[in-house]
Write a protein that binds this ligand. Structure first.
Ligand code: PEP
Ligand code: MG
Length: 897
């Protein structure tokens, strides 16, 4: 088995296709090398070695030999030798997983720098300060990553070796009266390295290793181990990355962006990752190392004039400072984008005017940018329609539909500060200062904004729990910006106007001090920060032409229809604007809650006999007719599936004394009588009680009234030359007999209304399939029903035997103990509930091959579930209005993917 893959000098024995083995970083370095792009030579140890090491705690026998051989090749190209006192080669040791996990694993730089090699490097570089700076960085990283984290030492928060070394450095700076690291002299740094080494032994009980090979293997092992580090595991959970993949390790010759004024380093995107605009976009720092840009300790400069921001017009661009290197970089970024046919996220270093590419990978982007890039790349001829469809994650559409701050209210709000607009949209929340607090407050139902000087990968859990993130430092490519953008969260970074005291838990600007728990609002599209709460406003999708174009493309490619669950004409209209092709579920019970209707409803429920019940029910008829008229009209000529009354009746009954008294008065009975009646209706297990079709069977007058209202509205619309298409749906049947009982009533009522109005109209009668028995007997039911609609909420409830209203009590334990992979009420359990749906479809279609089949449970808006429904041949999914675009895209992806 080959374990080590070399790249350098225009030759690599792997390509971008080898991601699974080499990780994204290693595979792309190999690819760039093959393309003749300047990449420092190096080699990658495959992910298989990571999994082998995780399983056995050992490396394969001949790994050392292969590493040595590859290292020799690097030495030959660089004309340096690893560990050589006169002409030492230094290397970086970096992680690289199949799927990018930015900042989640460890890196060690400057490996090979030892007391013995220091003089040689000083001699070669002629820069003592640079060498000791590199050495103190190595000691810090090595002590933190290899000697502490990889050794499973878990110091208390704020007490790690990195913090301790940083304290020594801060002390040195204040003793020297300087503010920036860069102002420390070579002598200062030399002394610092000495102090660092003493601190390392004292804290960790071991000497910092001065043998280059010990450093190298320590680094390799620590990177492998970091795959199982807490934050990497947490990130994989959130991103659904399998734990068994493992990481590769890339060892690469170091190049330096920090040995003088003709050196620089930067991070860039081939297009703007926040807006999608086709401009080369990025940030750079002169005389710096890559980590300086990402860590956000210095505010970086823009790459070119197009990247300049109005509030920093004087920062020098790379184009103006180093025009030749910029031109070469611009040419490479163009080539890379065309080569990969996608937006790339690149890292580069310029050492003595020589440009080196350190990384290229497909760039993370927010929803707005993803949609714009997909559409524009299609129009540019770079990709085809199918690829464009696959380029946008369905959840990313959520971001486009994200609320923005209400513009008028924003104008009148008190501006607190301004930073960089790293993640668009608006958000309000209560201030918290640590990631842990963010998580706890969020769990307690609070809406929070995480406020930090800068974020680090250790903060991801808290960032995830927050509505938005605000940082005082950092640029558009800082950790906070990248992570927030990946998740589509509102985010403002580099907000230099604010001062944060994590100890006092305060956020201060000129003249204002806010405390933990105070409300803050961010406009992530402009970078503005406001005190207090500002109302949010939905975005206008109509003006987003990229979104509209993408939606049109998805509609050309999907086979499954997308309907909506809506109970009001306003929702129906909204859903149509989002592209819904009908209503898949109109829950009629939602129409009974306004004050006028609820009393008629209550009167009906507590009625002692049929006559009283009919009298009460007929009071509801005009209301229902009006409802159905509005909805059928809003959706005409698309179908509207109207479900007959479904929930347990006691849900409508008055609970408190006042209401009981009022109802008793209205009904002209005593409160004692009414209470007795309510008591009678009480059920121990209402979800399995007198609900669904059981109501219409016990009280056929309910079905009669609802059917009459539907058909009278339909007849009226036909008379008005509209094209209403009602589909009457019976809920919660377990047997065909239940269905036919109701169907007869509905059909009889249709005939009556046709006669009474002298109007002909079309309609269908079908059923929800939401009980296991209905799935098992679907062939019998299909002989009678004109359509099926799977109610996967109740089907999940009755298949698992989990109460849909009480799952919160035990679901967290199930998820934590991996008894369930996800909440089955959110994403369909394909193996269990899904197999019943599949059985229902197959049985139904054996009897009636044209049977129309949809799904209207919550799973209809979940992309993974939509893929499953597509696979088993459903005709449509139905979901809430705001999920309609997501469902359209997911359905198209299911078809073309
Ligand atoms: C269902 O059970 O899946 C369904 C759509 O109906 P409801 O959620 O109203 O019970
Ligand atoms: Mg149901």
């Amino acid at each position: 088995m080959k374990q080590v893959y070399f790249f350098g000098n225009g030759r690599a024995n792997a390509t971008a296709k080898d991601k699974n083995l080499l990780g994204g970083k290693g595979a792309n370095l190999a690819e760039m090398t093959n393309l003749g792009i300047p990449v420092p030579p190096g080699f990658t140890i495959s992910t298989k070695i990571c999994t082998h090491y995780m399983d056995t705690g050992e490396y394969p026998e001949n790994l050392n030999e292969e590493v040595q051989k590859a290292l020799t090749e690097v030495e030959e190209i660089m004309r340096q030798k690893f560990g050589d006192p006169e002409n030492p080669l230094l290397v970086s040791v970096r992680s690289g997983a199949r799927q990018s996990m930015p900042g989640m694993m460890e890196t060690v730089l400057n490996v090979g720098l030892t007391s013995e090699t220091i003089p040689g490097l000083i001699e070669k570089s002629g820069d003592e300060r640079f060498v000791y700076d590199a050495y103190r960085r190595l000691i810090t990283m090595y002590a933190d990553v290899v000697m502490e984290k990889a050794a499973d030492i878990e110091p208390k928060a704020g007490n790690g070796i990195r913090e301790k070394l940083s304290e020594i450095m801060e002390r040195m700076k204040s003793q020297q009266g300087v503010e920036n690291d860069s102002e420390l002299s070579a002598e200062n740094l030399k002394e610092l390295c000495h102090l660092f080494k003493i601190k390392v032994v004292k804290t960790l009980g071991e000497e910092f290793p001065e043998d280059p090979h010990t450093q190298l293997w320590g680094g390799i092992t620590a990177v492998f181990k970091s795959w199982n580090g807490k934050r990497a595991e947490c990130y994989r959970e959130i991103e659904n990355i399998p734990h068994h993949w493992g990481t590769a390790v890339t060892i690469q010759a170091m190049v330096f962006g920090n040995i003088g004024e003709n050196c620089a380093t930067g991070v860039a995107f081939t297009r703007n990752p926040a807006t999608g605009e086709n401009v080369f976009f990025g940030e750079w720092l002169p005389n710096a190392q890559g980590e300086d840009v990402v860590a956000g300790l210095r505010t970086p400069n823009p790459l070119n004039r197009l990247n300049k921001k109005s509030d920093s017009p004087n920062l020098l661009s790379l184009k103006d400072s180093m025009p030749k290197s910029y031109e070469e970089l611009d040419d490479i970024q163009n080539r890379l984008e065309i080569h990969y046919n996608d937006m790339q996220d690149i890292e580069f270093t310029i050492q003595n005017n020589q440009l080196w590419m350190l990384q290229t990978r497909t760039g993370q982007r927010n929803g707005q940018a993803a949609v714009r890039m997909a559409v524009e790349m299609l129009e540019e001829g770079m990709i085809n329609e199918k690829t464009a469809i696959m380029r946008v994650k369905p959840e990313q559409l959520d971001e486009i539909m994200h609320p923005m701050l209400d513009a008028e209210a924003e104008k009148q709000s008190e501006l607190l500060a301004k930073g960089l607009p790293a993640g668009p949209g608006g958000a309000s929340g209560q201030i918290v200062f640590t990631a842990d607090e963010a998580e706890v407050w969020h769990k307690n139902g609070k809406q929070v904004i995480l406020v930090r000087n800068e974020t680090s990968p250790e903060d991801v859990h808290g960032m995830f729990a927050s509505e938005a993130i605000l940082t005082a430092r950092g640029g558009m490519t800082s950790h906070a910006a990248l992570v927030a953008r990946g998740w589509g969260k509102c985010c403002v970074v580099g907000c230099a106007d604010i001062r944060i005291s994590a100890v006092d838990k305060t956020l201060a600007t000129n003249g204002t001090t806010l405390m933990e728990g105070d409300w803050l609002t961010l406009n992530g599209s402009s970078g503005k920060v406001y005190k207090g709460q500002i109302p949010l406003k939905a975005v206008n999708l109509k003006s987003n032409t990229y979104f509209q174009k993408l939606m049109k493309i998805t509609d050309r490619h999907r086979k499954m229809g997308v309907r909506t669950n809506a109970d009001s004409p306003a929702d129906a209209k909204q859903a149509r604007e989002f592209g819904a092709e009908g209503i898949g579920l109109c829950r009629t019970e939602h129409m009974f809650f306004d004050p006028e209707r609820i009393s008629a409803m209550r009167e009906m429920i507590v009625a002692e006999n049929e006559e009283d019940r009919r009298k009460a029910i007929m009071k509801l008829l005009p209301h229902q007719r009006e409802d159905f008229y509005g909805i059928l009209k809003a959706m005409s000529p698309h179908p509207v599936t109207i479900r007959l009354l479904d929930p347990p009746l006691h849900e409508f009954l008055p609970q408190d004394e006042d209401q009981i008294l009022k109802l008793a008065k209205e009904l002209n009975i005593t409160t004692a009588e009414l209470k007795a009646r309510i008591e009678n209706l009480h059920e121990l297990n209402p979800m399995l009680g007198h609900r669904g079709c059981r109501l219409g069977i016990s009280y056929p007058e309910i079905t009669e009234m609802q059917a009459r209202a539907i058909f009278e509205a339909t007849a009226q619309l036909v008379q008005e030359k509209q094209s209403p298409l009602p589909e009457v749906m019976v809920p919660l049947i377990g047997s065909v007999e239940e269905f036919t009982n109701q169907k007869i009533i509905i059909n009889e009522m249709a005939e009556i209304v046709k006669k009474e109005t002298g109007t002909q109209f079309e309609y269908l009668v079908g059923t929800m399939i939401e009980l296991p028995r209905a799935c098992a007997t679907a062939d019998k039911i299909a002989k009678e029903a004109q359509f099926f609609s799977f109610g996967t909420n109740d089907l999940t409830q009755t298949t698992f035997g989990f109460s849909r209203d009480d799952i919160g009590g035990f679901l967290p334990d199930y998820l934590e103990q991996k008894i369930l992979p996800v909440d089955p009420f959110q994403s369909i359990d394909q193996e269990g509930v899904g197999s019943l749906v599949k059985m229902g479809v197959e049985k139904g279609r054996t009897v009636n091959s044209k049977l129309k089949i949809g799904i209207c449970g919550e799973h209809g808006g979940d992309p993974d579930s939509i893929h499953f429904f597509h696979k088993i041949g459903l005709d449509y999914v139905s979901c809430s209005p705001f999920r309609v675009p997501i469902a359209r895209l997911a359905a198209a992806q299911a078809e073309v993917g």
